[in-house]
Design a protein around this ligand. Structure first.
Ligand code: AMP
Length: 395
């Protein structure tokens, strides 16, 4: 696996794919710059070597050229974070970009306009990728968030740099963190899967059954399992067409000696609002008109004990409707348990969409070993797929 440290960038122009798809407010100010900070070590290494950086990214999902999706809105934030003046070109390909890249001096930074202003980007167009490739001497991919897409700048462009392509530090760290879970010798290995739907995580569960010792199934997903086993779940979230599949997963787990832990109790509510009436009850005896919206106190204790005995922990998906304060306590308790296990030396990886939002909201992001920057890319990695953006560098 070729990484940044295999190259010296002195007098070289590095064409870097980053994920600067950051949220902006109504005044086009960056509201969360995590993705920019995450790419900083890669950019600094190249600049300190005596090279220059040509930064390419997408922002949002524009239809053609749309000013609100211009990367010009983020250049000053990049300057603040990297500490280097940045240049900007209003087209990612063509004469203007080529001249700006050619004139770039060691230590300088150039940001290209939103790649997705060209529909060829998401189509993985070879000619578009070739035009991008003219801008740099080496290609660096540091965008884990788009590594599962075979787009021109994430995958196709790599073929124009046969010996001169590598992972940036962020992508390297993401790959190593996932390997640390899926190929771990530090057992027991625990995967915690929560969130809304079983259907979106079936392939993940099937893939990790060969790699983990325990699985906690929480959140809305759990009710499909509870109902499949004959429990009464009231109006809780359920996927009735997945009951058979839930039973099959339980059977497969038993055959593979993997213990699946399902919550024993639930905080139930008589309405899907924060102000609903609530009580805790056995998860197999939820009355009609009530729905389970969080893990109950017994489940929290049960999950705490499992987390504390695990040496490697993967967490994907909240244990309840954490967006509402009254149903966030199960997720917070789990975050506390994982933070404590991490302090005791266990490795913990959090990733995939909403769990990242949850750990950030409750301040656990600094208390776990690693928080992944990729939602879809993380899930596809857990499904056992080789991501096209990663395969293109390994080729
Ligand atoms: P996912 O994107 O699949 O990880 O699902 C995350 C979403 O699941 C969050 O928005 C949670 O509010 C939701 N969720 C978690 N537990 C439940 C539950 N018991 N009932 C309904 N939604 C839930």
């Amino acid at each position: 696996m070729k990484t940044l440290n295999d190259f010296n960038f002195k007098d070289k122009k590095a064409l870097i794919r980053v994920d600067f798809n950051v949220p902006l407010d109504a005044n086009f100010s960056v509201t969360d710059a995590t993705r920019i900070s995450s790419a900083k070590p890669t950019i600094i290494k190249i600049l300190e070597d005596g090279g220059s950086c040509i930064i390419m990214s997408h922002l949002g999902r524009p239809k053609g050229v749309q000013d609100q999706f211009s990367l010009k809105h983020i250049t000053s934030k990049v300057e603040d974070i990297i500490g280097v003046e940045t240049k900007f070109v209003s087209n990612s390909i063509g004469t203007e970009a080529e001249e700006a890249a050619a004139n770039l001096k060691p230590g300088e930074l150039l940001i290209l306009e939103n790649l997705r202003f060209h529909e060829e980007e998401t189509k993985g167009d070879r000619d578009f990728a070739k035009q991008l490739s003219k801008l740099g001497d080496l290609y660096v991919n540091d965008a884990f968030g788009t590594a599962h897409r075979a787009h021109a700048s994430t995958t196709i462009v790599a073929q124009f740099f046969p010996e001169k392509k590598c992972f940036g530090y962020l992508l390297e760290q993401e790959i190593k963190s996932i390997d640390k879970v899926l190929k771990s010798d530090d057992r027991p290995v625990l995967a915690i899967l929560g969130g809304a739907k079983v259907s979106s995580k079936i392939t993940v569960i099937e893939n990790i059954l060969d790699k983990v010792d325990d699985i906690i199934i929480g959140g809305g997903m759990a009710f499909t399992f509870v109902k499949a086993k004959g429990g009464t779940i009231g109006n809780s979230l359920v996927e009735d067409d997945k009951l058979e599949m839930a039973l099959d997963i339980l059977k497969q787990a038993e055959a593979k000696n993997v213990t699946i832990h399902i919550p024993t109790d639930s905080v139930i509510a008589d309405d899907f609002t924060n102000n609903a009436n609530t009580k805790a009850c056995d998860i197999t005896e939820i009355p009609e008109g009530w729905m389970g919206l969080d893990a109950g106190p017994d489940s929290r204790k049960q999950f705490h004990d499992i987390v504390m005995q695990s040496k490697t922990i993967l967490w994907n998906g909240p244990l309840g409707v954490f967006e509402m304060e009254n149903f966030a306590n199960g997720t917070i308790a789990l975050g506390n348990s994982i933070a404590e296990a991490t302090k005791n030396g266990s490795f913990s990886l959090v990733g995939g969409g909403d769990s990242v939002a949850a750990v950030k909201r409750f301040g656990f992001d600094k208390k776990v070993s690693y928080v992944s920057t990729g939602g879809g890319a993380m899930l596809e990695s857990l499904e056992g797929k080789t991501l096209p953006g990663i395969a293109a560098i390994l080729d």
